[in-house]
Ligand binder design. Structure first.
Ligand SMILES: Cc1cc2nc3c(=O)[nH]c(=O)nc-3n(C[C@H](O)[C@H](O)[C@H](O)COP(=O)(O)OP(=O)(O)OC[C@H]3O[C@@H](n4cnc5c(N)ncnc54)[C@H](O)[C@@H]3O)c2cc1C
Length: 379
């Protein structure tokens, strides 16, 4: 007879979302927690990401999703401090802010529009001339016509974040089960269950689906259940190595971005591709990213590409993440579809879902993102 493992909470998927939820549940007093992952936990989209926490640089309007992003960004200072305290791992939260460069009249118009609504809504944003932009970042292209500066947007080293969350799990008795693919999830009157490809069964009082791009592949988590369809959207990335840190801020153009890490590493991204589950880099993708990075700073043409990689962003057909209880289930929850913002949204997703699971607490955002697009649009 196949082996059955029992815990209080079972989390399917050990990316930044599943691991953050495991930590939040543990800190709120949950008992046994098991996280099952089909490969190495934290090695999919959450590892591939650029780690930008950039609600303002990426927003077109002050909708509910924007408020959700800003609120999660605010939580990061405490999140980083607590993780350092709990695990000894520094997730390198960097408060230098973000610049968005303009290279043509259309870009300038777009930045003006963004400046108007964000400053009108009381947010910190500065419109900089070309000269002021170069004072702040001397290595940006002389062709840039000016920029917006978002002092409250920031970045984090997402690979360190994964390391910290796994260390938290290890120190706090959260069971991590790698290389175990869940094929189906279901419920009986008394428990939730996950059936694995290798024949093992996991049983729990509560089950959370946090399987990123693969969510809709799991029987019992398909769109018919009320969880929106989740599709993979490939993003390729490169990293340049340089001897020192030439840039202080994350720098965007309308075509790409660069993210300066500590000690001279510079990430550049990214592509947005429908390539199914084919998670690999292509010559064309890498060259496009390199060209867009060189547009931001021509000096990057002289640096070697030290690493290239790709990841699958979990795109939700509802165009918003789904976070909450699965309709018509008693014990099954999901936190999926964070698409381009899962690193940014991890702390708030984990907080609201853990409060819902343990205390039945509702939140404004659970009401909006818990049952799909209709509510998100109405917000
Ligand atoms: C190139 C790129 C750049 C990005 N940049 C940023 C950024 O700057 N800022 C930002 O906030 N976000 C960014 N993102 C988005 C962010 O990475 C994702 O939104 C986030 O990582 C999603 O986390 P997740 O835990 O849902 O998914 P994942 O990290 O993909 O984790 C899902 C996990 O579930 C496991 N799994 C799947 N199916 C099963 C199954 N059947 N059984 C068991 N386990 C399963 C997988 O193995 C995986 O480990 C970027 C993404 C990419 C690809």
């Amino acid at each position: 007879m196949a082996e059955t493992q029992t815990s209080e909470v079972l989390i399917v998927g050990g990316g930044v979302i599943g691991l953050s939820i495991a930590r939040a549940l543990k800190k709120r007093g949950a008992g046994t927690i098991t996280v099952v992952d089909r490969s190495t936990p934290g090695r999919e989209a959450s590892y591939a990401a650029a780690g930008m926490l950039a609600p303002q640089a990426e927003a077109d309007s002050p909708d509910a999703f924007f408020r959700f992003c800003r609120e999660s960004n605010r939580m990061y200072s405490r999140f980083a401090e607590e993780l350092l305290d709990e695990t000894g791992v520094d997730i390198e939260l960097d408060d230098e802010g973000t610049l968005f460069l303009a290279f043509g009249e259309d870009d300038l118009l777009e930045l003006s529009r963004r400046y108007e609504w964000q400053s009108g809504a009381g947010m910190r944003v500065e419109h900089l001339t070309a000269a002021d932009t170069h004072k702040l970042e001397p290595f940006v292209s002389p062709d840039s016509l000016g920029s917006l500066f978002f002092p409250d947007d920031r970045q984090v080293e997402n690979r360190a974040l994964i390391k910290a969350l796994l260390e938290f799990a290890c120190r706090n008795g959260i069971g991590i089960v790698p290389d175990t693919e869940v094929r189906s999830v279901s419920e009986t009157d008394v428990a939730a269950e996950a059936q694995c490809a290798d024949g093992r069964r996991f049983e729990a009082g509560t089950l959370v689906v946090a399987a990123g791009s693969w969510t809709s592949e799991i029987e019992g988590a398909e769109p018919e259940t009320g969880i929106p369809e989740i599709r993979p959207v490939r993003g390729q990335m490169i990293a340049f190595e340089s001897a020192k840190r030439f840039f202080r801020k994350v720098i965007y153009s309308h075509r790409g971005y660069i993210v300066p890490r500590k000690f001279g590493r510079i990430l550049a991204g990214s592509t947005t591709e429908d390539a199914g589950f084919e998670d690999r880099t292509t010559e064309e993708g890498i060259e496009t990213i390199r060209e867009n990075a060189v547009e931001i700073s021509p000096g990057l043409a002289n640096l070697k590409i030290a690493e290239k990689w790709s990841g699958l962003r979990p795109y939700s057909a509802a165009e918003h993440p789904f976070i909450g209880k699965v309709p018509e289930r008693e014990r099954t929850f999901a936190a999926v579809g964070h698409y381009r913002n899962g690193i940014l949204l991890a702390p708030l997703t984990a907080e609201i879902l853990s409060m819902k699971i343990l205390d039945g607490a509702e939140s404004e955002f659970l009401k909006i993102f818990g049952d799909g697009p209709a509510k998100a649009e109405a917000a």
